[in-house]
Design a binder for this molecule. Sequence first.
Ligand SMILES: [Zn+2]
Length: 417
Amino acid sequence: MLQLITILNRCHRFPGFVYQQARFSSDHKSIEIAVRPRKGSKAVCSRCHQPAPGYDQLAERRFEFIPFWGFLVFLLYSMRRVDCRRCQAVVVEEVPWGDGKRTLTKAYMLFLARWARRLSWKETAEAFRTSWDKVFDAVEHVVTWGLEHRVLGQIDAIGVDEIQYARGHKYLTLVYQIDLGVTRLLWIGKERTIESFQGFFTAMGKDVISKIVFVCSDMWEPYLKLIREHCSEALHILDRFHIVANMNKALDNVRAEETSRMKREGRAPVLRKSRWLLLRRSENLGTDQHFRLRDLLRYNLKTVRAYLLKEAFQQLWEYSSPAWAGKFLDQWCRQTMRSRIEPMKKIARSLRNHRELILNYFRAQKLLSSGVVEGLNNKAKVTMRKSYGFRTYRVLELALYHSLGKLPEPDSTHDFF
Ligand SMILES: [Zn+2]
């Protein structure tokens, strides 16, 4: 008969240790497998990773293994302590199936972490009858390993993005690699200040930074300043996605302000429920919405004029020559400055100030896949929703690296799918 020990020896075997026996726990809900050191094998010091003479043995510990046919599975083992001459201390031994800190085996952590990429962390915990904290531990283990072992290599292009969290009160700075063949999350910073973004350049090192050819970002001043300093040779591009997002924000301010003013003056609420009509690209509207938009556009409202300016601006992206794009941009800014709509004028002023960085978009157009930062930004938002539980910075950091970092995974004795 095929025994559990035989299966374990096939998929989770470590030199120096043997599986002794498998039995049900007293409540019959879990399987416990006793592990002991192989006779004559020396314990390994967990500090210097070298074999060392034994000192004593600690009480039995339970290590959680991958559940099997509806039973929780535990490895039971009494850790030895060694009297290590190299470290000149009594140190607990290193065991190949665990990391010394956590009660989960490495195999189980990798297993849970893989599922936590597909399901939310909460769903993962429920599916495997474990806790949210253990899923957190698993992801932390796998991400830490991945960050220590990843290879940065040559990075041609980066995109700098920010994302709001904690109900919009706080910002994260995300830096992506956006090379044509490789897109991945490289770095996450708390806040979006000069000090925090400086951390990116320190973490990557001068060697990697100096070879970057393209940088995409939005108009946030700390980003602009540090990119000028560190990537002076790179072509700095103001990202289309961020420019469009800023313009939508301005339009939304105009709409909100005008809506409440009309209400105060007791006028008909023609702008009610117009938010998405105005923010969505007109080609993405349904027939019904098209009619409603057409009705709305008959009114002589600030919102309508701001909307038409925004729609006219879209034409910019059709140009392929930087010179013609520049002429169009100047023309649009002139027209907008005469519009007497302050949020739109603010956009025009800012576009004028960053004219060259915007035109760099056209200089680099053939070399960068546009929309890549937007796509990554959307993925990041989905990931943040899926990691719910405790939305601390650490949780978000781990979740984002885990799903967008394309990190290498710890080695495994067997593919536990
Ligand atoms: Zn040692």
